[in-house]
Design a protein around this ligand. Structure first.
Ligand SMILES: Cc1cc2nc3c(=O)[nH]c(=O)nc-3n(C[C@H](O)[C@H](O)[C@H](O)COP(=O)(O)OP(=O)(O)OC[C@H]3O[C@@H](n4cnc5c(N)ncnc54)[C@H](O)[C@@H]3O)c2cc1C
Length: 403
């Protein structure tokens, strides 16, 4: 026998960083919200490079104050062409102070970020955090009903689908995806190194995918090594000392002697895009809406802009006494997020394909693009500003305005 809880304005499904941010934004603005966070699972060893807009949003929500000591600033980004291509590009160096910023953003281990979000979520009066998985999502005319493992149900006028790649909310709303896989997998390892990183991230563009080193506090960095799946699996299986040597060699020893922490992650690379970011009474955020390869630190930054946009629209509807799940609201959400999501997905896809391709004109276009960025100051500064704060999408939270 199923029993129901009181109807809320918004039910967020998925307790990853995008869902937690949406739930905190909504409930923090006084919108009665339930977060179906799923059963507690260990967080993997990924880190997130949060761009300044995301840091501003998380500060405005009160998350950042709880985890900033675990984050390292990123003041310089280097792109090094390590493809060996005939059309090899010069090294490109982006410096935050060139656009008047102290840092492009901060890199933080996901476990600290998620713990800070969850702790805050549990303190917000308008938010009920439910540590159960959703077993069923049913979209009705006036509400979305989420069935929990216990058999209980929770209904909301709007469902925010933050339930990741295999989103049940997306399926319940009848939203299809387009997907393409790359012949690549990303290996994630956390490193200790003998030389300081000087708050610089370095992305080596290799023929099988980029190798990226991103600073963490102290003499530590996170490594994301994108390569063909066999190479990634082979590296993942190596004993610590051999893996450290293999990374040191691929990173041209720029961080000196390397030691690896025991945990390793492996992520097959794909692009997956929902054909729409919303449907009747459903708004999709984060990887439920878009999955992109970990190149240029865009994925979760996009997801946080989704969450901030949902928060902004629903908080306004709530203040005005409007239905937060009305079709006009979800249509507005879809329209507000379209350009940002499409442009970032295409840019990351194109960059990744240009690395994999043996087609000289495409390699040449990438080389030319990087050469222009290195030599033309105004172009480089425009690219940096757009990278940090996209002109098409600046939700209020990203501007430091409370909802
Ligand atoms: C190697 C790597 C490096 C990356 N680096 C960066 C970076 O530097 N910067 C950046 O911006 N992005 C980065 N990304 C992307 C970023 O990690 C993702 O965008 C982000 O984790 C997605 O968060 P999410 O909350 O949308 O999804 P998830 O983290 O997948 O969360 C979904 C949640 O929903 C829960 N869930 C699923 N189904 C149900 C259900 N039925 N009931 C209840 N809960 C459910 C899951 O348990 C999970 O907790 C990287 C990705 C990879 C692979």
């Amino acid at each position: 026998m199923m029993s129901g809880r009181p109807m809320v304005d918004a039910v967020v499904v998925g307790g990853g960083p995008a869902g937690l941010t949406a739930a905190i934004a909504l409930a923090g603005a006084g919108v009665p919200t339930a977060l179906v966070a799923g059963r507690p699972r260990p967080t993997d060893n990924r880190t997130t490079m949060l761009l300044m807009g995301s840091v501003t949003a998380l500060t405005t929500l009160g998350v950042w104050q709880r985890c900033q000591t675990n984050a390292a600033p990123l003041r310089v980004m280097r792109i090094v062409d390590d493809t060996g291509s005939l059309m090899r590009a010069p090294e490109v160096r982006f410096e935050a102070d060139e656009i008047g910023l102290n840092a492009f953003g901060y890199n933080i281990e996901n476990r600290y970020l998620i713990a800070a979000m969850l702790a805050l979520a549990c303190e917000i009066a308008a938010l009920e955090v439910i540590a159960e998985d959703a077993t069923k999502v049913t979209v009705g005319a006036d509400a979305v009903t989420v069935t929990l493992e216990s058999g209980e149900t929770v209904a909301g006028r709007l469902a925010v689908g933050a339930d990741g790649r295999r989103s049940a909310c997306r399926a319940a709303a009848g939203i299809e995806t387009e997907r393409w896989n790359y012949p690549q997998a990303a290996l994630t390892v956390t490193l200790h190194h003998s030389r300081p990183h000087h708050d610089i991230s370095t992305e080596f563009h290799r023929p099988s995918g980029p190798l990226t080193l991103v600073p963490l506090p102290g003499q530590r960095s996170s490594l994301v090594l994108v390569s063909d799946p066999d190479e990634s699996a082979g590296l993942k299986a190596l004993p610590d000392a051999e893996l450290a040597g293999a990374i040191e060699q691929r990173a041209h020893s720029i961080l000196g002697k390397i030691e690896v922490e025991p945990e390793r992650g492996m992520f097959p690379l794909a692009v997956e895009r929902a054909r729409s970011l919303g449907g009747h009474r459903v708004a999709l955020v984060g990887e439920a809406a878009h999955v992109i390869p970990p190149i240029g630190a865009q994925g979760l930054n996009l997801g946080l802009r989704d969450a901030a946009t949902v928060g902004e629209l629903v908080a306004a509807a709530h203040r005005q006494g409007h239905d937060p799940g009305a079709d006009e609201l979800t249509a507005r959400y879809v329209q507000m997020r379209r350009t940002d999501v499409t442009s970032r997905t295409l840019a990351v896809d194109l960059l990744n394909r240009s690395l994999l391709s043996e087609f000289l004109p495409l390699q040449g276009a990438r080389g030319l693009g990087l050469t222009l960025l290195q030599h033309i100051g105004p172009l480089r500064r425009a690219a940096m500003r757009e990278g940090v704060a996209p002109a098409a999408a600046q939700p209020r939270l990203m501007r430091g305005e409370a909802l």
